[in-house]
Design a protein around this ligand. Structure first.
Ligand code: NAD
Ligand code: DAU
Length: 342
């Protein structure tokens, strides 16, 4: 099979490209990525010289280029991960979220329709369902109630993909996953940010009361689910993917400090994220029953392994956090801590 993966140099995308190369050695993967601040070719160094991995730098909004690549490489399936993925950034600068996540997805769908791509896997998110109270979990039929610009843009893309199936007969499968963690995650997201700060003895900014809950999934388990959904998912269906590991943010932060033997005095409660969703929890019963997927990692084992990876790979995160990103990060980070102190 020849597959085009968009966003294949980001966190999940780079893990996915490597996962596919390991588990489907006869497949060709065309990795299509714009290389924004979040995309990094260094995530893929182990594939250097691999003739079945082709990297192309480009924007999902470039229809001609995508059509050309589909024809050139005989692409049969597209796995769409390219996106602006960080909620905090969607508060600071919303426009690019519409351009990439909404318009970009539609252009990509058009290109797939025009070239007759056989299957389109839309990688969506559990954030389309909005926020939960203290009990219950999201099923595929839960109402869509996105609350951030990021999640609204992902909901639009998710529904657009389903509309292309319904209206134009494109073979679309949608997956909605909970929070991922693991190696190569950009240190703006909770887990890698806390590890990196703790290693530098810097304050760990916890939003609000630290009681918000996320449902964590190891990125390798997500990659396995995406491959299964691509190969066996039913056309026009949505599959929730979740690890069954609900944790309060503060529990995670304390766990990281303990793993690194750092004091809890580094924890700094800061002003809450505007519109902060309180709790996510995924019911993955459908993908388990229909497609036979189940996660292999426990959260405690996965978190320990992830913390160790960041300890051992300081040059990687120092490099990805340098340059233009550094400027953004320092400004935001300082503003949060100033607010906390005020
Ligand atoms: P990421 O931010 O680490 O990577 C995104 C990648 O997309 C980067 O390589 C970037 O260069 C690329 N990209 C951005 N704009 C592009 C454009 N216009 N054209 C081409 N490439 C572009 O994101 P991630 O955390 O790996 O998430 C991947 C996908 O999974 C996203 O669609 C996200 O919404 C979804 N998702 C993420 C999580 C999570 O916990 N991280 C959970 C559920 C779903
Ligand atoms: O649920 C899936 C989503 O998970 C994905 O669709 C998104 O792409 C991904 O970024 C992630 O969104 P979150 O907003 O849940 O992830 P983030 O790592 O930014 O935050 C996790 C929780 O930690 C959230 O409750 C906010 C909190 N937080 C985050 C940061 C960066 C803090 O308390 N302090 C921080 O500095």
């Amino acid at each position: 099979m020849n597959v085009l993966v968009t966003g294949g140099c980001g966190f999940i995308g780079s893990n996915l490209v490597k996962y596919i190369r390991r588990h489907r050695p006869d497949w060709k993967v065309v990795n299509f990525d714009k290389l924004t601040y979040a995309g990094n070719l260094e995530n893929l160094t182990e594939l250097e010289g691999d003739p079945n991995h082709v990297f192309v730098r480009g924007d999902v909004g470039n229809k001609e280029l995508i059509e050309h690549l589909v024809r050139l490489h005989g692409i049969e399936a597209v796995m769409h991960l390219a996106a602006e993925s960080h909620v905090d950034r969607s508060i600071l600068g919303p426009e690019v979220f519409t351009v990439t996540n909404v318009l970009g997805t539609q252009v990509l769908l058009e290109a797939c329709r025009a070239t007759g791509v056989k299957r389109f896997l839309m990688v969506s998110t559990d954030e389309v369902y909005g926020s939960l109270g203290p009990t219950g979990s999201f099923t595929e039929t839960s109402p869509l109630q996105p609350s951030s610009v990021y999640s609204a843009s992902k909901t639009s893309a998710d529904l657009m993909a389903l509309a292309y199936e319904h209206t134009f007969g494109l073979d679309v499968v949608v997956t909605r996953c909970s929070n991922n963690y693991g190696r190569y995650q950009f240190p703006e997201k909770l887990i890698p940010l806390m590890v990196v700060n703790a290693l530098g003895d810097k304050p760990l900014p916890v939003y609000g009361d630290g009681g918000n809950v996320r449902d964590w999934l190891h990125v390798e388990d997500h990659c396995q689910a995406l491959l299964i959904a691509l190969e066996k998912g039913r056309r026009g269906e949505v599959y929730n993917i979740g690890g069954g590991a609900e944790r309060k943010n503060i529990e995670i932060v304390k766990g990281i400090l303990s793993a690194l033997s750092k004091p809890e005095t580094l924890i700094k409660y800061v002003k809450d994220r505007p519109g902060h969703d309180r709790r996510y929890a995924i019911d993955p019963a459908k993908i388990k029953a229909e497609l036979g997927w189940k996660p292999a990692h426990t959260f405690e084992q996965g978190l320990a392994e992830t913390v160790r990876w960041y300890v051992d790979n300081r040059p990687w995160w120092e490099r990805v956090m340098s340059g233009a990103y550094r400027q953004y990060f320092d400004t935001q980070y300082k503003a949060r801590l100033d607010q906390a102190a005020a």
